[in-house]
Ligand binder design. Structure first.
Ligand SMILES: [Zn+2]
Length: 90
């Protein structure tokens, strides 16, 4: 169980992706929370999907069905986590 998590953990996580957590309370690891990405897209997702699953904003990120739209520069501009690895690329 991951119920030792707090809202602060989610706030930190969202910040690490260049976004924010909009939901005012922590409702559970599998519960839908509202987030906003670094490009001001608002979306609902569970912490489990985002933290354990590695997903983020559905408007910014390419889907599994169509991954052709991936653009490191576009994402690294607003996402500190991706920027860190983008910059470390040779
Ligand atoms: Zn977005």
């Amino acid at each position: 169980m991951r119920e030792d998590r707090t809202r602060e953990d989610l706030v930190d996580f969202a910040r690490s992706r260049g976004g924010r957590l909009l939901t005012e309370t922590y409702d559970g690891w599998g519960a839908l929370h509202r987030w906003v990405c670094g490009r001001d897209h608002s979306f609902k997702a569970s912490p489990r999907l985002l933290v354990d699953g590695g997903y983020w904003c559905p408007e910014c990120l390419p889907t599994v069905e169509d991954a052709s739209g991936w653009d490191w520069d576009f994402h690294a501009e607003v996402d500190p986590l991706l920027a860190r690895f983008h910059q470390s690329r040779p």
